[in-house]
Design a protein around this ligand. Sequence first.
Ligand SMILES: [Ca+2]
Length: 78
Amino acid sequence: MWDDYSKQPESALEWQNQYLRFMFELEDASGDGSIDIDEFTSGKNEVNYEQFVDLWQQFFTSENPEDPGNYIFGKTKF
Ligand SMILES: [Ca+2]
């Protein structure tokens, strides 16, 4: 399912789009429609929903560890 998404994010299943919306709303703790710098660290001051969609797709498709979409769930160390 996520493997299919990583190959064709434009063909996401409905529940995957709902999950995307849920995660955006979860990270937008203030509920003002954007994720500000205190809610998300991406190098930007805030992230609106459309930008979050791009980062979301990057999380599932990017092979570059420097891409900001890889940090939508926070920074990790391996
Ligand atoms: Ca917010």
